[in-house]
Ligand binder design. Structure first.
Ligand code: ADP
Ligand code: MG
Length: 561
């Protein structure tokens, strides 16, 4: 026997579940009621644009009022209001939203998106209220104001109301356990958290609580550098200026808006935990969207606003979500584009930012093939060569002379004028002398003597001394498989000194033999250990630290034999 039908829901039993389990967090009710009020105001704008309302449109506003004696909290808007029919349709039917119908009917009339969607938000008020009342007057001509009351059971009363002003007031009589919401400070705090960027003034005792303006909704071309910086300072007060930012705005294949900043790295910046705020139509959703951001961009801060991020699913499900992965790719691409732009247009700022974010770019290069393709040509390394950093063409090489003050240069805070170069530029510049070899140092202090030795030979050394460089060198070796990467202290015999069998000249610049070069170096190292001691001491915490030159002594003697 075949039977088809519709499953029915027993209201009595399901209603408490809706009220209690819809949201884990009670405080969400305020966000939901204010969102409805914002929607009501936006809807009035839409019908008025469509020429269907010619009455007065006063300044949109949402007013929150607290009555401690009556234990009520009320939210009043001067939006579209509801007729008795609409209350029956949209309020009495749980999970029935007017949003879709409305958006369809007034297509193209919105300047702000409608927030509501599922038709459930209103019922979150029963998480904190023992009684909820709606007092509302519709914009429609000749409407009768109505008053709806519900005590949290599935029974309600609907009656005429004496109200004469267009709009809606929702009044909650709070449950004894929820009286914290009668505290103005608590309400202010919630509005600041959830409703700060909603586009309507939200007032408590005539004080406007929210900022309203959401810069990420604006077009990037209408914002100045100062606007971006101001917004950063607003979101993260008392922090140093960010290094760079990207403005996300796309409608396809997903909708996302946002502004992400790369902060200046400081010891208190936690790079393991995301700091981006997630919004949905300017309504704050969560403080954490780690799953959306590619791991190598974890230090980024700012806001993301998207209706395409599934909000009510588990974290692991979110990570596997296709849209979420695509959003991650999009963000990485935007960051890559911005870096390339900076590299091209403002090399000095790029280098400055690189000192903080270079590690993350390298990390991204190792982990994300698309990102790698984007940025591989703008990965730079600090170099011993001296050249004009502002020049965009490959700089002319000028190897530091023996009298160069490399020892003084060695300080933990690297001078901002230190030259940086890409591997390609390096190879091009040193084509003749290096024969496709890259010399690198993994530790400037302990390898100082070797670095000096290379420099004296007219060889340029790159510093690959961040913790990620150990892995990055392997990567470079794979990428440039015809290039030999040589650590300054690892291969001296083959690369530099083997030629010198019997007092042969090894430094064409000074006509010095191997023994002379090493002897000089050795003396120099002993005579000028000042900075070496300092940097070594910094590392070991021992101000009397042994200069590396001393450590090298047996090695130098062995070579001289
Ligand atoms: P949603 O906002 O997702 O549509 P809600 O449960 O929050 O769902 O609200 C249900 C419906 O009730 C809304 O779609 C809207 O039609 C109506 N409504 C709620 N609050 C207001 C209000 N302040 N002014 C006018 N209509 C409202
Ligand atoms: Mg709603």
């Amino acid at each position: 026997m075949l039977e088809q039908g519709t499953i029915s829901i027993h209201t009595e039993n399901i209603f408490p579940i809706i009220k209690k389990s819809l949201y884990s967090d009670h405080q969400i009710f305020l966000r939901e009621l204010v969102s409805n009020a914002v929607d009501a105001i936006q809807k009035l704008k839409m019908v008025s644009r469509a020429g269907e309302y010619n009455g007065d449109v006063d300044e949109p506003e949402i007013q929150i009022a607290i009555d401690k004696d009556k234990k009520t909290l009320s939210i009043t808007d001067n939006g579209i209001g509801m007729t008795a029919e609409e209350v029956k349709k949209y309020i009495n039917q749980v999970a029935f939203s007017s949003a879709e119908e409305f958006i369809h009917k007034y297509e193209g009339k919105a300047d702000q998106p409608i927030i509501g969607h599922f038709g459930l938000g209103f019922y979150s008020s029963f998480m904190v209220a023992q009684k909820v009342e709606i007092d509302t007057l519709s914009y429609k001509e000749g409407s009768q104001a109505v008053h709806w009351i519900c005590d949290g059971s599935p029974e309600f009363t609907l009656d005429d109301s004496p109200r004469t002003t267009r709009g809606t007031t929702i009044t909650l009589t709070l449950m004894p356990d929820e009286e914290e919401y009668l505290e103005p400070a608590r309400i202010k705090n919630l509005v600041k958290t959830y409703c700060d960027f909603m586009p309507v003034p939200i007032k408590l005792d005539d004080e406007v609580l929210n900022r309203q303006k959401a810069p990420w909704r604006e077009s990037p071309s209408s914002l100045t550098k100062e606007d971006y910086l101001e917004f950063y300072r607003y979101l993260y007060p008392f922090q140093e200026e960010p290094l760079l930012w990207v403005h996300l705005n796309t409608d396809y294949p997903f909708i996302i808006n946002g502004i992400l900043y790369f902060p200046k790295m400081r010891p208190d910046v936690d790079v393991t935990k995301g700091q981006i705020k997630l919004f949905c139509n300017q309504v704050f959703v969560s403080d954490n969207c780690d799953e959306i951001i590619p791991q190598f961009l974890m230090p980024m801060r700012g806001v993301i606003d998207s209706t395409d991020i599934p909000l009510n699913v588990s974290r692991s499900a979110l990570q596997g979500d296709r849209t979420v992965r695509k959003i991650g790719d999009y963000i990485a691409k935007k960051v890559g584009d911005r870096l390339k732009e900076l590299y091209r247009d403002d090399r000095e700022q790029y280098i400055n930012a690189w000192k903080d974010l270079g590690t993350f770019v390298k990390f991204g290069t190792l982990n994300d093939e698309k990102f790698k393709k984007q940025v591989e040509d703008i990965i730079i390394f600090r170099s011993t060569a001296k050249f004009d950093q502002t020049a965009t063409e490959t700089p002319a090489v000028e190897v530091q002379s023996q009298e160069g003050d490399v020892w003084q240069d060695v300080s933990p805070a690297k001078s901002s004028t230190s030259p940086y170069t890409t591997i390609k530029e390096y190879l091009e510049r040193n084509k003749e002398r290096h024969e496709n070899r890259v010399f690198y140092s993994t530790d400037e202090a302990s390898q100082a003597t070797y670095i000096e030795l290379h420099k004296n030979q007219g060889l340029e050394v790159l510093f690959m001394d961040s913790f990620i460089d150990t892995h990055f060198i392997n990567f470079l070796e794979r990428e440039y498989n015809d290039v030999k990467f040589t650590r300054v202290d690892s291969d001296l015999d083959n690369t530099l000194l083997d030629q010198d069998k019997s007092g042969e000249i090894v430094d064409p610049k000074t006509n010095k033999t191997k023994s002379e070069v090493i002897k000089e170096l050795f003396e120099k190292a002993l005579n000028k250990p000042k900075v070496n001691i300092r940097t070594e001491a910094l590392k070991s915490g021992d101000p009397q630290g042994t200069p590396p030159a001393m450590v090298l002594l047996p090695e130098i003697l062995r070579r001289l034999r």
